[in-house]
Design a protein around this ligand. Structure first.
Ligand code: ADP
Length: 227
């Protein structure tokens, strides 16, 4: 059953990515005759201008065609994969960021483990008493701390965390593709999304970008109606 659902989803993706026959025909007409008006395209297809409007809108939005007022439609020369690449490069962190899960630097390792389970995240961000980013703790950091002889109820989280200035962070305006490169290069699972605090004395954590968010972006692109 599961397999057939996956199979169905794949069918749907392929169906949506491909242009329909009429849209392909329009591209061919514009390629050969452009610049050409919507009226002229409609004539060649024996259709009304109104019937054609949604297809022309889709092709223009997707970047296959461009429209100039009083000139008409012309072919941009871009292939589906070129347009997809352009689109991927434009995605910003803000579009896919999740809620951050933060823990005070006064917490113990035990409390951090509880938070990680309760909030169901793989990376915790540690903040100081001013609410500014102070550290990052991963699953393995907590596992390592639990393997020692020391009692996890008495180890402060700020002893085991990766601390500032060694934290890699990003801003909402950054490009998601750059973050993907950073995660791969540094072999980490996620980054805090930050903004400068009002008095510029520290960084406030406003989001979380992980490999999961990037996977979601990947899936969303495949489901996109336009490309
Ligand atoms: P895990 O350790 O569970 O495999 P990660 O690969 O994310 O998870 O973390 C590896 C190490 O890098 C950990 O010691 C963690 O504290 C550190 N780390 C995780 N995220 C960051 C980050 N954004 N900046 C700096 N160090 C990080």
């Amino acid at each position: 059953m599961k397999i057939s659902i996956t199979h169905l989803m794949q069918q749907k993706v392929v169906y949506k990515i491909e242009l329909n026959k009429r849209q392909q025909k329009i591209i061919e007409i514009v390629k050969d005759n452009g610049p050409i008006t919507g009226e002229q395209i409609a004539d060649q297809l024996d259709l009304t201008r109104a019937t054609l409007r949604p297809d022309l809108a889709i092709l223009t939005m997707a970047g296959y065609l461009d429209a100039r007022p009083r000139v008409g439609y012309f072919y941009t020369g871009k292939t589906g994969s070129q347009l997809l690449t352009e689109k991927i490069k434009k995605i910003k962190v803000a579009e896919f960021t999740s809620m951050p899960v933060v823990v005070q630097d006064s917490a113990t390792v035990y409390e951090a483990i509880c938070t990680m389970f309760l909030e169901d995240v793989g990376t915790l961000f540690i903040i100081n008493k001013n609410g500014h980013l102070a550290g990052v703790v991963s699953r393995k950091d907590l596992l390592r701390a639990s393997m020692g002889k020391q009692e996890i109820n008495s180890i402060p989280i700020n002893i085991i965390m990766t601390r500032m200035p060694n934290i890699t962070y990003c801003f909402k305006e950054d490009f998601l593709l750059d973050i993907a490169h950073i995660l791969i290069g540094k072999q980490i699972d996620g980054l805090p999304v930050v903004k400068h605090s009002q008095n510029e004395t520290g960084l406030e954590v406003v989001g979380r970008i992980t490999k999961t968010n990037i996977t979601k972006a990947f899936v969303e692109l495949a489901h996109d109606e336009i490309l």
